[in-house]
Design a protein around this ligand. Sequence first.
Ligand code: ATP
Ligand code: MG
Length: 447
Amino acid sequence: MPTEKAAPAADVKKKSKTPETLRGFRDVLADEQAAWEKIESLARGMTQAYGFGRIRMPVLEQTALFERSVGKDTDIVEKEMFTFVDQGGVKMTLRPEGTAQVARAYIEHGMVNQSQPVKLWYFEPFFRHERPQAGRYRQFYQWGIEAIGSDDPVVDAQIILMAQRFCRDLGLDVIVQINSLGTPASRKDYIAELVKYFKQHKKALSETDLKRLTKNPLRLLDSKEPGMEELKANAPQIFDYLDEASKQHFMKVLEYLDETEVPYALNPCLVRGLDYYTKTTFEIVLNNAPSPELEGLALGGGGRYDGLIPMLGGRENTSAMGAAMGVERMVLAMKAANAMPPRREKIDVFFCQLGEGARRKGLAVYEKFREGGIMVGEAFGKGTLKAQLEIADKLKAPVAVILGQKEVLDGTIIIRDMESGAQEIVDVEKVVGIIAKRLKDVAEKQA
Ligand code: ATP
Ligand code: MG
């Protein structure tokens, strides 16, 4: 990427005097916040339950980290990285993915000395210079989970289970697509067969696929070029080339998934774009994509990467397994499935004020409610009682408290039942306690 030249015209949306977001970058506005918060809090709860610790990592890394781990002949490294040289002459890259980073952190901080597997999670933005479209951005968030230091198939199953349950809990109907890539050694024989097969059909291959044939033949299996479906279906399947240990491992993973009733489908073409995968690979996809823009887009994916830690200079035989879920795509899917949570949390009380004195005093009373842990709605910017009560109605507040000039002078406040309209006057110093007790009574009655 050029550092001095101005951005090519295609990367700014249109010529405009007022600055706009760059192509492929976006603001997340109010209408999506409840969904984002739901996703993040679910991620927090689930990782806590499964014993994962959070990690926060820098957005910039040495370019070599991704070149060495993700692989030079992958889409990410070949054309999707935001790479530049800084003022000090250091070549750096805006991270395109999290697994290589977590592996780097594991080695750098000597986590090999902790009890294994070390389980880490992150919820952060990543950057890829892709052609933008719905569900594909140049900055996007991933929820990632990684378990480093175990080769037990139960870890594979647990990670897959977490990813699937996560989507289910968001109200999404998903299925796991799963495959095994075996070990690099067993894969070699398979790749040789694959190349032999596709060479016989060279004439049918597009230019892109011909390039894949020489540089990264496995990628032919996720080619979306026209006419490839049939060729792929008849291609040799990796399962027939797996070494015995990989086969056993895979069978065990499937058994665990059966046991926990995780819905899955074997997909012999699922190779995923990155070089570091070994054995299990999987993707989470929507069952009957609820909107055309989500057609063919995975919500997340992952797999085992037994070779990555040693490749980056960590201890030999450090096996690992992980997954990453795309947050924007989950939000899109929630929208399409009508599973968006309500915009605002339920409020307990709505606070109304009338007149300048009441507004001034009201700010302090409002704070007392908030400090008492009571969710209060307000419209300090509105003047009339009617306008404020209308908002209280809209927010479905069961109770309103009303502070007028007279109440300020008397040291009182009005409590109004929004359903019956019944009102009572109470001591303003006691109102928080009174409301808190009522809420507790209502909660106990409901329980
Ligand atoms: P795809 O095949 O859709 O390009 P990928 O295999 O490149 O995805 P991963 O690297 O496995 O994606 O990332 C995991 C998840 O992150 C994806 O399943 C997707 O939900 C999300 N993701 C990846 N790239 C983008 C992007 N450019 N914009 C939004 N989300 C993305
Ligand atoms: Mg991609």
